[in-house]
Design a protein around this ligand. Structure first.
Ligand code: NAP
Length: 257
């Protein structure tokens, strides 16, 4: 079960955290993984980790906010591999702020990476999947796409948009045999969280780490591999009856308060 043998996959933002774990998990299940990253060095590190264990992967430098670059990269990868079967839209950035203290510039930056980046990659990915006769897409949203926490105005807005795009793509591309689902991770321990704590709470990092861990009803942060496992399932043939659905991987945050 859950084999991805022979599937051609693209994972964005796969040089770190959830994206890196997802790329590694996909390769372990037999997929040929294209690691897309704004930072080529980080992408190469992921590829190295995969190849050392006998997996198939290659790195491509790609800024998901750059519409034309994204289309070029997806077209090239589609041509090189003869199509595309799986796309994981994972690249994203954090932001802290409410409506009064979020600058227009910061709002635009967050929307550009987290929402327009997904739009750009969906456009490139769906085009390839239509040619391939179908595929499976997983968009990494967040619990805050559907619940409120303090000071995440721009971030939550972007992730709510990711969920809405998930439903639209799932509906529009039913006839193309493309399934599109989303994952709503709760707090997952990655460089994204460490960076967020260091930047926003430099004075009391340990205390904040504990507080953020305790917030999840299961009493800890998730691991990137736990999100990757859900992405593997959603792209496997075992998930062939699932489309247009959000899946929480959140230690009980959304429904077990
Ligand atoms: P991470 O460790 O910071 O990884 C994100 C990766 O995306 C980084 O390698 C980053 O590169 C890359 N990236 C950023 N901007 C990019 C761009 N414009 N084009 C291409 N790549 C870009 O973060 P993570 O925690 O694994 O998060 C991954 C996803 O999960 C994000 O969408 C995030 O919103 C979502 N999520 C995370 C959590 C959590 O608690 N960790 C919870 C819910 C949802 P650089 O490092 O070079 O910027």
């Amino acid at each position: 079960m859950f084999s991805l043998k022979g599937k051609r996959a693209i994972v964005t933002g796969a040089g770190s955290g959830i994206g890196q774990s997802t790329a590694i998990a996909f390769a372990k299940q037999g997929a040929n993984v294209s690691v897309l990253e704004i930072n080529l060095e980080a992408a190469n590190e992921t590829v190295e980790k995969i190849r050392i264990n006998g997996g198939q992967a290659e790195a491509s430098e790609c800024d998901v906010t750059d519409h034309d670059q994204v289309q070029e990269v997806f077209d090239k990868l589609g041509a090189d591999h003869g199509g595309l079967d799986c796309l994981i839209n994972n690249a994203g950035i954090a932001h802290v702020g409410n409506i009064l203290n979020t600058d227009e510039k910061d709002f635009d930056r967050v929307m550009n990476v987290n929402l327009k980046g997904v739009f750009n990659c969906l456009k490139g990915g769906v085009r390839q999947m239509v040619k391939s006769g179908g595929g499976a897409i997983v968009n990494i949203a967040s619990t805050v796409a559907t619940m409120a926490i303090n000071d995440r105005l721009a971030y939550s807005t972007s992730k709510g948009g990711v969920l809405a795009m998930t439903y639209s793509v799932a509906k529009d591309h039913l006839p193309d045999k493309i399934r599109c689902n989303a994952i709503q991770p709760g707090r997952i321990h990655t460089p994204f969280v460490d960076g967020f704590i260091a930047e926003n709470y430099p004075e009391n990092q340990e205390e904040i780490f504990r507080k953020l861990s305790d917030y999840q009803p299961l009493g800890r942060m998730g691991k990137p591999e736990e999100v990757a496992a859900m992405a593997v399932f959603l792209c496997s043939d075992e998930a062939s009856f699932i489309t247009g659905s959000p899946f929480a991987v959140d230690g009980g945050t959304l429904y077990v308060r």
